[in-house]
Design a protein around this ligand. Structure first.
Ligand code: SF4
Length: 129
């Protein structure tokens, strides 16, 4: 008798695909630009995918990059950014949070790294020049 559960297998594969496994959320991949491609534009910045809304949202921004599949919407980056670069964006139906920090003005970044260092789930990668 087979005790395998195809539904669980599919869930596991989806969880890995979405960067979530057994409740653990993986940090943003610092090499995402080598593995993903620009699939969309949002508020003047690139969106890196693949994406599959509302469950898989990809990475927003190229130099100030927020992995929306990692972001839990705690808003620390909005609080610590000295140039008010981030805005809130709604993400209804996403498994980690229903709002995301959006690098709406990434060209204003002064590369202080405050957001990257303080993000509790390591959802942010700043590309320094
Ligand atoms: S590195 Fe500093 S200036 Fe740039 S987005 Fe993060 S907190 Fe704002």
């Amino acid at each position: 008798m087979c005790y395998c559960n195809p539904t669980s297998t599919i869930s596991f594969i989806k969880a890995v695909e979405y960067g979530v496994y057994e409740g653990e959320i993986l940090p943003i991949d610092p090499n995402f630009k080598n593995k993903m491609k620009v699939v969309d534009q949002h508020q003047g910045h690139d969106v890196w995918g693949p994406t599959d809304p509302p469950k898989k949202l990809g990475v927003h921004g190229t130099n100030v990059s927020v992995d929306w599949d990692v972001c839990q919407g705690d808003g620390i980056c909005l609080s610590v950014c000295p140039v008010q670069l981030y805005d809130w964006a709604d993400s209804p139906g996403h498994p980690t949070s229903e709002k995301k920090s959006d690098p709406a003005r990434e060209k204003d970044c002064i590369q202080c790294l405050a957001c990257e260092v303080n993000c509790p789930v390591q959802a942010i990668k700043i590309t320094t020049k």
